[in-house]
Design a protein around this ligand. Structure first.
Ligand code: SF4
Ligand code: SF4
Length: 189
């Protein structure tokens, strides 16, 4: 393990809240299901759809859902300058049910086949006011990374199935489905 990785493993969140105020967070269907179950909120309350001008995801085309209004990414809605679920004290009000993307932030790690950490860097999506006096376990980061990858793969498969259907609709002269129809397709309606 390089000294740089060892140093980053000492990352400690100071709770500044900037990661919940600045970037838009893409969601998966399982994130939406978990949040809706915990809060009782309807997906339309806490979801926003953004196009490629609203989020930097050109390197992840599989995350775009074909809707009637065009290709969109499903993100957590912002309200009054921060995430819909950010409390006044800068704390997450749905902490135990928060999306996987929030859980892994700001770690971006890669691993060798034998499970050893290959690289570790910090995602530069917010002005993160961290300190380097904490302690993070490689095993925990690996497990979170595995769960996130698995959830994203499943989500991208769901999007691909939906997008294929929309292409068929368009070929038969019909418009692509609406966001509401997409939620029905996911069983979130
Ligand atoms: S769900 Fe919670 S942790 Fe995630 S961005 Fe919103 S407030 Fe922050
Ligand atoms: S931006 Fe960094 S320090 Fe601030 S709350 Fe998020 S993870 Fe913690």
């Amino acid at each position: 393990m390089t000294p740089k990785v060892q140093s980053l493993l000492r990352f400690r969140c100071t709770g500044c809240g900037n990661c919940c105020k600045e970037p838009l967070l893409p969601l998966t269907a399982s994130d939406v299901k978990r949040i809706a179950k915990r809060t009782g909120d309807k997906p339309v309350d806490f979801i926003r759809w953004v196009d490629r001008n609203g989020i930097d995801m050109d390197d992840e085309p599989e995350g775009f859902v074909q809707l009637r209004q065009g290709k969109r990414v499903m993100v957590l809605r912002h309200y009054k300058g921060g995430c819909y679920y950010l409390g006044k004290d800068n704390r997450c009000t749905i902490y135990t049910s928060r999306p996987l993307g929030c859980r892994i932030f700001p770690f971006d790690a890669t691993f060798h086949k034998d499970g050893k950490m290959r690289h570790l860097k910090l995602i530069q999506a917010a002005d993160c006011k961290y300190e380097l006096d904490g302690k993070n376990e490689v095993d925990e980061i690996r497990e979170l990374d595995r769960r996130t990858e698995e959830a994203n793969d499943h989500w991208h498969d769901q999007i691909a199935d939906w997008n294929r259907e929309q292409q068929k609709r368009k070929r038969s002269g019909r418009a692509a489905g609406t966001a509401r129809e997409f939620f029905d397709f996911l069983g979130l309606g």
